[in-house]
Design a binder for this molecule. Structure first.
Ligand SMILES: Cc1cc2nc3c(=O)[nH]c(=O)nc-3n(C[C@H](O)[C@H](O)[C@H](O)COP(=O)(O)OP(=O)(O)OC[C@H]3O[C@@H](n4cnc5c(N)ncnc54)[C@H](O)[C@@H]3O)c2cc1C
Length: 476
């Protein structure tokens, strides 16, 4: 029995022969990890520079988090916009949001350039809230967005919501009062504890299928400058002043630059022969969480949607000292899905339950599914989603994937301050499709030599945050 059965890998038609590394190589850029971050970093490096790129993957393309996610395209971070503003200032926080929103356009451009056919849909998505304090936080985010001149989300609040008088006057104009039935209808729920809804554009894609298609496009378009090796685990990255040596079981790769798109650190070490130790700090930079998901098929009667449910208390809303300790919520998507060729259904997927890991290297992809998680997901469907099956949910897919969390709660993109031969595009922090794509664009620009303004994604920010945590006595 497959203990980690992802609907996205189920749809992969893996016809390309797997090529493993069988000789030593020299390249200008070596990229480790062929999930969406590695494949898109390869794309932007090939597009923006004339450098040779070798992409090395320990397993198969897109079989990491990229093949085990919810496939929801959202331009958001798992951090409140207001907390980013408090930490980095309005301008830098707004830049981060704008850049990640722009990644959707980058993806659409790639669809056109490469004539990609992997289905991608976009629609309005809805986030539901039960708690007025949590809602005030969303209104504050919107007020700051409006100050920064970026798009605000529409927020609809039930006119019957309790404690409406708690909403400060300064937020007038940033929300609309509507009949409670409208809130419930947008969220497709009968659960009256949901008192408000925020709307924004969202989308759905099978990220594994997409990344596999882009890999094929890169191999066909850049045959002289791009090569891909799968089932080739890198066990050691040795950094010198101007180059890196990557060790695999039988061979080595010498590169001018190496980009880690590994999501975390899966059993490899970094030796820096030209400066301070990097290995220890890197291993402190990414912590793991296993995210559990399940999906069932239904007739193709309802349109695609993406819903998130924030059933949180006032205490959940207080400032999070440790971004690793994110506020829990449940997310659901519904999209057309072909189980086998021309067998058309809707696939309803639900995620949210998770489990923390002290060390991402202890994650086992084939490990058993959590019974607790399936109980939580079934309970959510029965109590919240009005179109859910009434009895036991006939799940066709149950899967889990590894999420890498960084100290800032933001993706880490850029050159390692202690040795600039090493670059990163990693740390999904729960939501990572668009941030990986933006990160990849930034990697392409850095390798081209473009001077970029400081950003919340700089590795420096993560190192700084680790120091702050240590000062506060928090383990990181
Ligand atoms: C349950 C779950 C739900 C999610 N839902 C969403 C969502 O709806 N929307 C969204 O935007 N994001 C979501 N995410 C996050 C998103 O999937 C990730 O941010 C994104 O896929 C990360 O891509 P990546 O390329 O960085 O990592 P991965 O896809 O994990 O790729 C990293 C690759 O590096 C390889 N690797 C690692 N170490 C080595 C080594 N030493 N040598 C060779 N290869 C190595 C691995 O084998 C792996 O293939 C979700 C994640 C999970 C787990």
């Amino acid at each position: 029995m497959n203990l980690n059965n992802s609907p996205w890998l189920h749809q992969l038609n893996y016809s390309r022969p797997v090529r493993t590394l069988s000789n030593d190589l020299v390249t200008e850029v070596a990229i480790i990890g062929a999930g969406i971050a590695g494949v898109m970093s390869s794309y932007f490096t090939l597009k923006n520079t004339d450098k040779t790129v070798v992409l090395i993957e320990g397993g198969k393309v897109a079989h990491g988090a990229t093949g085990h996610n919810a496939g929801q395209i959202v331009f958001e971070f798992e951090r409140e916009f207001s907390s980013l503003v408090a930490e980095y200032g309005l301008e830098m926080a707004a830049d981060a949001e704008k850049l990640v929103r722009g990644a959707w356009i980058l993806l659409e451009e790639l669809y056109q350039d490469a004539q990609l056919v992997t289905p991608m849909s976009s629609f309005m998505g809805y986030d539901g809230f039960t708690n007025i304090e949590r809602l005030i936080e969303e209104l504050e985010n919107n007020m700051l967005r409006s100050e920064a001149g970026i798009q605000v989300y529409s927020i609809y609040i039930s006119e019957d919501a309790p404690r409406l008088d708690m909403i400060p006057k300064k937020y007038d104009g940033l929300y609309t009062l509507v009949p409670h039935t409208n809130v419930l209808s947008l969220l497709e729920t009968l659960d009256t504890k949901y008192i408000a809804v925020a709307t924004r554009k969202k989308g759905c894609v099978n990220a594994a299928l997409l990344v596999e298609e882009i890999s094929g496009y890169l191999l066909a378009t850049f045959p002289k400058r791009f090569s891909l090796y799968e089932e080739t685990h890198v066990s050691e990255v040795i950094l010198e002043k101007d180059l890196a040596l990557l060790k695999t079981a039988h061979n080595s790769i010498t590169a001018d630059s190496v980009v880690l798109c590994t999501n975390g650190f899966e059993k490899f070490s970094i030796v820096n022969n030209s400066g301070d130790d990097i290995d220890t700090s890197f291993h402190h930079m990414v912590r793991g969480k296993v995210g559990y998901m399940a999906g069932y098929l239904e007739d193709l009667v309802h349109p695609p949607t993406a819903l998130s449910f924030y059933d949180q208390t006032a205490e959940d809303v207080s400032e999070i000292a440790d971004p690793y300790d994110q506020k829990a919520y449940i997310y659901m998507t519904r999209r057309p899905y072909e189980l086998e060729k021309n067998e058309k259904y809707n696939l309803v997927c639900v995620g949210g339950p998770d489990r923390s890991l002290d060390d991402t290297s202890t994650y086992i992809k084939e490990s058993e599914y959590s019974e607790g998680a399936i109980g939580e997901i079934s309970n959510f469907l029965h109590t919240t989603y009005k179109n859910s099956p009434k009895g036991p949910i006939p799940f066709t897919f149950k899967w889990h994937g590894l999420m890498g969390y960084t100290p800032t709660g933001m993706r880490v993109v850029g050159r390692e301050p202690k040795n600039s031969v090493l670059l990163y595009n990693l740390g999904c922090n729960g939501v990572g499709i668009l941030t990986s794509i933006y990160g990849a664009k930034r990697i392409g620009e850095i390798l081209k030599g473009t001077l970029l303004s400081p950003s919340v994604f700089d590795p420096k920010s993560s190192y700084h945050k680790i120091k702050v945590f240590k000062k506060r006595g928090l383990e990181y």
